[in-house]
Design a protein around this ligand. Structure first.
Ligand code: ADP
Length: 266
């Protein structure tokens, strides 16, 4: 199973990714975590990325694409993975398509967590409070000033990635404002038992919570072979069937009457 979680900072991608890896026995590939590890280890990539990350901007595509290319080839990623924080630009999405095609692999689903932007700052503040309470060091970019930059980067560079996958009929939208368990259930609702995505259309996540950003609900044409559009055509409408029966009966009665009249005149 290979899937992508999309959504702005604080949308809950990491939380949902943890649940998906526990359930499906796959690995979480978070470019944010990998980059933070590189920064902490002082690797050349980390040294290059640090100041960009501290400003809340995106590190160059070629840096993250190289990281992902190396990572998806590792043995623990063979069973599948959930990408969290990648792809974050359309060129990254195109690079991922190429990387997967070269390896004969396919994506199963792209799940977008839709959230109300107004609540993101509160979520980030909560995360900082929780990390501090646990004795962990809060992320350098988890503060109101940098969050503004991260949101701006999201709107300008990452939001179009959802359109990229919607255009390929792969995007599943979930209401990220719902309680954590409901979000998990909505994601599960889009995935079949093996983790493969269900076809778009009949299976939909629950409606958005109050104040949530509206998921894109485009009316989709009925799919070939789907029940929509075919089942009805096969069976005649009940009214038409009744009328046909009446006509048949009437013509039968007429025939009988004619036969009786003919025998009487003979
Ligand atoms: P967020 O919580 O904002 O989703 P992440 O932990 O995914 O943040 O990433 C933190 C920072 O790492 C980003 O603000 C960005 O600087 C960098 N980063 C992570 N993933 C990517 C990516 N795919 N492309 C470019 N930069 C990235």
């Amino acid at each position: 199973m290979r899937l992508i979680l999309l959504g702005p900072p604080g949308a809950g991608k990491g939380t949902q990714a943890q649940r998906l890896i526990a359930k499906h026995g796959i690995v979480q590939l978070s470019t944010g975590d990998m980059l933070r590890a590189a920064v902490a280890a002082g690797t050349p990539v980390g040294l290059r990325a640090k100041s960009t990350m501290d400003r809340g901007e995106l590190v160059p595509d070629e840096v993250v694409v190289a990281i992902i290319a190396e990572r998806i080839g590792q043995p623990d990623a063979k069973r599948g993975f959930v990408l969290d924080g990648f792809p974050r630009t359309v060129p990254q999405a195109q690079a991922l398509d190429r990387l997967l095609a070269e390896r004969g692999l396919k994506l199963d689903a792209v799940v977008e967590l839709k959230v109300d932007e107004g609540s993101l700052l509160q979520r980030i503040e909560k995360r900082v409070a929780e990390m501090t309470a646990n004795g962990e060091k809060a992320r350098a970019d988890d503060n109101p000033e940098v969050l503004k930059g991260r949101l701006a980067a999201y709107r300008a560079q990452t939001a179009p990635v959802a359109g990229y996958y919607a255009g390929r009929d792969m995007l599943k939208s979930v209401d990220g404002m719902a309680p954590i368990d409901e979000v998990t259930a909505a994601i599960d609702g889009h995935l079949g038992p093996t983790g493969a995505a269900k076809p778009n259309g009949p299976a939909r996540a629950k409606g958005p919570a109050k104040g949530a950003a509206k998921p894109a609900r485009k009316a989709k044409p009925a799919k070939k072979g789907s029940r929509k559009g075919t089942a009805r055509r096969k069976r005649p409408a009940p009214k038409a069937a009744k009328r046909a029966k009446r006509v048949k009966n009437r013509s039968g009665q007429r025939k009988n009457r004619t036969r009786r009249r003919l025998t009487r005149t003979r």
